[in-house]
Design a protein around this ligand. Structure first.
Ligand code: HEC
Ligand code: HEC
Length: 350
């Protein structure tokens, strides 16, 4: 009996020891599995995502490679007119501080900065940059029907986009702005416009752009910054805008480039809401056209445009004021659909 008891006690202990061993091994396996899981199973997982990611990154990087990149500003100091170029860049970025309603040099513009529309001081790809200006001006422009210098083109934006007055060509400010624009474009061969210059050209919708739909886009995606009535928002001190106005008395006038739907839609598609870039657009093409239709249906300053487009056939399809060389109504020239107008023009040319 005693023997049996002794034996069974030994068995019992042995069983417990084995059980403990099993539990320890199991625990070790579990811990190893957890560690492997957290570090992401390095061996099998490595090869699978590589195949998926590489074609995608190639697709993104390819167009980037040939998009214009602005020269490095730290090299400006090697130029003979470095101070002038730096002042020009400052005027593009902070136009209002110098030339706005309370500007320290003159009061000739509406409080906006050139950079509000020519982003990052005119250097951002598809952000209305200046890469193709020095290389293509002077050039003939249909809007004025004349050969235009860079001075004339800069003053166009002062008089229209900044709803202001022209700068004297010989003023320090104009000379500085033009020196900066020339410096930016110095690496671009004469006659060429690099990829990423100016604005994105969107394909036309097959319907008219719709201000009502655009209003919904505005309310959900623009209003927080540009405000309820498109009036924008001042910085502290009210010397310049944190968020520039989109309509109303302090906005661009009806002779400005952005007043054409294609310019506005192209700008917004690649650049808005703030911090959007051309390779990560936040709006569909339809949203961009519709919000353009909404914003450009709101009140804004007017300009005398009677001398614009002396040759009617040179008017862009989306110039919203007649008379026209074709029979399409003003309404269609403002909101579209634009493709039938463009097609009719092509046929007329043949
Ligand atoms: C409200 C927006 C807006 C503001 C502010 C603005 N511009 Fe412009 N600018 C435009 C648009 C739109 C175009 C035409 C782009 C196009 O058609 O591709 C343009 C075109 C130009 C061009 C010709 C670009 C080219 O590649 O041919 C120059 C130069 C220019 N602007 C200079 C200026 C300067 C200097 C200022 C400040 C004094 C300024 N702009 C302020 C909207 C603006
Ligand atoms: C997070 C804030 C923010 C949102 C949201 C936003 N914007 Fe802007 N927007 C800006 C800022 C800031 C600028 C000026 C950019 C600069 O100076 O670098 C600007 C500039 C503009 C301009 C050119 C300057 C002008 O005032 O005419 C237009 C047009 C514009 N935005 C349209 C839109 C539209 C349309 C939407 C909605 C789809 C939108 N923005 C959403 C902040 C915003």
């Amino acid at each position: 009996m005693n023997d049996f008891k002794h034996n069974s006690e030994e068995n019992y202990i042995e069983i417990i020891q084995r059980l403990v061993k099993c539990i320890v091994i199991l625990l070790i396996i579990i811990v190893v599995l957890i560690v492997l899981h957290i570090t992401g199973f390095p061996i099998p997982e490595k090869e699978i995502p590589k195949k998926e990611i590489s074609p995608k990154t190639e697709a993104i990087e390819k167009p980037k490679a040939d998009v214009w990149i602005a020269p490095d500003t730290s090299n400006i100091k090697t130029e003979d007119n470095a101070a002038q170029i730096i002042y020009g860049r400052e005027l593009i970025a902070n136009t209002s501080l110098y030339l706005g309603p309370q500007g320290k040099v003159a009061h000739i513009s509406n409080g906006m900065n050139c950079q509000n529309c020519h982003l990052d001081a005119g250097t951002r790809p598809f952000g209305n940059n200046y890469s193709g200006v020095a290389s293509t001006y002077p050039k003939f422009r249909e809007r004025s029907g004349t050969m235009e210098s860079i001075y004339k083109r800069v003053n166009d934006c002062f008089e229209r986009s900044l709803n202001g007055k022209a700068l004297d060509t010989l003023s320090n400010e104009m000379q500085a702005i033009v020196s900066y624009i020339k410096w930016l474009g110095k690496g671009v061969p004469k006659g060429e416009k690099p990829k990423g210059a100016g604005l994105t050209e969107l394909t036309y919708l097959d319907r008219a752009a719709d201000p009502e739909k655009g209003k919904a886009v505005y309310i959900s995606k623009c209003k927080t910054c540009h405000m309820e009535n498109g009036e924008g928002k001042f910085n502290e001190g009210r010397l310049t805008y944190q968020y520039p106005p989109l309509w109303g008395e302090h906005s661009y006038n009806d002779g400005a480039g952005l007043y054409r739907l294609s310019r506005f839609a192209g700008y917004v598609k690649s650049n808005m809401p703030q911090n959007t870039t051309y390779d990560s657009p936040q709006l569909t093409d339809e949203e961009a056209w519709d919000v353009a239709a909404f914003v450009n249906s709101q009140p804004r300053p007017k300009k005398d445009l009677s001398k614009d487009w002396p040759k009617l056939s040179g008017k862009p399809v989306d110039h919203p004021f007649g008379p026209y060389a074709d029979k399409f109504p003003e309404e269609q020239h403002k909101y579209g659909p634009f493709a039938p107008i463009a097609d009719a023009r092509k046929k007329a040319k043949k």
